[in-house]
Design a protein around this ligand. Structure first.
Ligand code: MRU
Length: 492
């Protein structure tokens, strides 16, 4: 994409010396445009950890080139060792973006075919370049598919401007080129569709204010910066036609981890019937994780909240203190939006429902052997998740109402257990006498239980739903007992 009219990628090998990898130092944007060289593995690790580069796709591409730098600097006969050290260090540099581990694993796999040091080094470099090129190509394809969503909205509005809300920076700065959430916007602009973007500032690192607004301006896309808390109000006022965001990791069941605050936007969109789409190249899918709650969520320094940095009158970038000395701050960098709040996932192969079956159908080649058959006990309602010992959260539960309609709700929590039933915190009121199907048990030992709702009350904005089980088999009773004991232990 363009900076002052000149096309750039966010990372590229120095054309005169490919043992130098060049990046744009994003900490300095939008005030200073500084190209920084990475010359060894440590530079790559620091660039990812300290966010000289950031965003899922770019983190993946930098990890790929970081492995290349590790190989380049390896002592004779030690390329494998250097790659192993590179993998260990890069893996730890940031935890949430799936692309990082995906890129490192792809390089390690490719390097296995190398006959000797030089061959391995060539393979690693070629693979790192392929990862970067593929990221750009896939993001372009996200635009080609996602533009349809904007085109339809534009048509429905008789050609009036389509207002798109985005959070954080899932633009080309977060990838190698084009971006994920922004790719359909660029494609719409190119197709002559009128668009305007509401840009969430995205505290505390201000990726929206500093990066997305700047990148859209460079591309001459009309945009307006808003505070993170404004989105709900704009949706209520009919000022948002669609929400388009990126993701750092998406489970193969459709739960989406993205920059902190995304979940709140999804809730507001759901409440206001605003479509909520997530754009991602397939390198962001986690094919192993079933539940969004298992995605590692990065916690960064509280200093990012208690201070703020910006351009001073002298032209230098400085950080200033916002809070009273000693103010404690908790800084989770991402949150998880459950699949049920997502209208669709825009991928390089097309737009797909945020559901396991649909995702698997679109990416059959990515499914690990045996993965389909893993959850024996969940076959009858595989949206229902078992309760894990370490959280005792019930993620999804299936309600069958008296007309036989089935609805899956997400994010319940067990409040109490007795011999015959459970008291659950649920996200929706459930009518008395409705049937509730859940899967309980721990890890491998799971059982489907059917129960009738005996009471439902509202407390502090949540619902407490009491269900009694019927017809539990002996095996079911045994597993329920194990679960009950774990619950008691957990809360005693
Ligand atoms: O902390 P960051 O800047 O690396 O976070 C990444 C993001 O910008 C967002 O979460 C983005 O929406 C998804 S990354 C394509």
């Amino acid at each position: 994409m363009k900076i002052n009219g000149q096309p750039y990628r966010t990372i590229w090998p120095d054309p005169d010396d490919n043992s130098r990898i060049l990046i744009i130092d994003q900490r300095q944007l939008p005030h200073n445009f500084i190209i920084e060289p990475l010359i060894n593995l440590n530079d790559a690790v620091v660039a990812i950890r300290d966010m000289h580069v950031r965003g899922a796709g770019l983190i993946g591409a930098t990890a790929g080139f970081g492995m290349h730098l590790a190989a380049v600097q390896a002592l004779p006969g030690k390329v494998d060792e250097a790659l192993k050290e590179g993998a260990d260090r890069l893996d730890k540099s940031r935890p949430t973006a799936r692309n990082l581990k995906w890129a490192v694993e792809r390089i390690l796999q490719a390097a296995k075919d190398g006959k000797d040091d030089d061959d391995k080094k060539n393979i690693v470099f070629a693979t790192a370049c392929a990862i970067a090129d593929e990221d750009a190509t896939f993001c372009k394809a996200l635009g080609d598919h996602g533009v349809q969503i904007i085109a339809n909205l534009s048509k429905a509005k008789g050609g009036e401007t389509v207002n798109i809300l985005t959070h954080c920076n899932a633009g080309w700065l977060a990838f190698v080129d084009h971006g994920s959430a922004t790719a359909p916007i660029y494609a719409a602009r190119d197709a002559g569709i009128k668009v305007h973007v509401w840009v969430d500032e995205t505290r505390p690192w201000n990726q929206g204010a500093r990066l997305t607004a700047w990148e859209l301006q460079q591309e001459k896309i009309p945009c307006t910066l808003i505070t993170d808390n404004a989105g709900g109000h704009l949706m209520q006022q009919n000022m948002v036609d669609v929400v388009l965001v990126g993701t750092d990791r998406t489970t193969h069941t459709g739960d989406v981890a993205n920059k902190i605050g995304t979940y709140l936007k999804a809730l507001a969109a759901h409440d206001n019937n605003v479509p909520f789409y997530v754009a991602l190249p397939s390198s962001t899918f986690d094919w192993e994780l079933d539940h969004g709650c298992d995605i590692p969520i990065e916690e960064r320094s509280g200093d990012e909240i208690t201070t703020i940095s910006g351009l001073t009158e002298n032209g230098t970038i400085e950080s200033i203190q916002l809070t009273a000395p000693g103010t404690r701050a908790l800084n989770y960098s991402f949150d998880v939006t459950p699949a049920r709040l997502i209208s669709g996932l825009i991928t390089e192969r097309g737009i797909v429902a945020a559901e396991k079956e649909a995702i698997h159908r679109l990416f059959p080649d990515k499914i690990m052997p045996g993965q389909q058959g893993v959850k024996k006990a969940m076959a009858t309602g595989d949206k229902r998740h078992f309760i894990r010992l370490d959280s005792l959260h019930l993620l999804d539960y299936l309600v069958i109402d008296r007309e036989g309609r089935q609805t899956i709700y997400s994010m319940g929590r067990t409040l109490d257990v007795s011999e015959n039933g459970l008291k659950l915190e649920t996200t929706q009121p459930i009518a008395i006498d409705d049937t509730l199907l859940i899967t309980v048990g721990l890890e491998e030992e799971l059982i489907d239980l059917t129960g009738e709702v005996k009471h439902c009350e509202k407390a502090s904005g949540r619902y407490a739903t009491g269900i009694e089980f019927s017809d539990i088999s002996d095996e079911g009773k045994r597993i329920f007992k194990i679960y009950t004991e774990a619950f008691r232990k957990h809360f005693s």
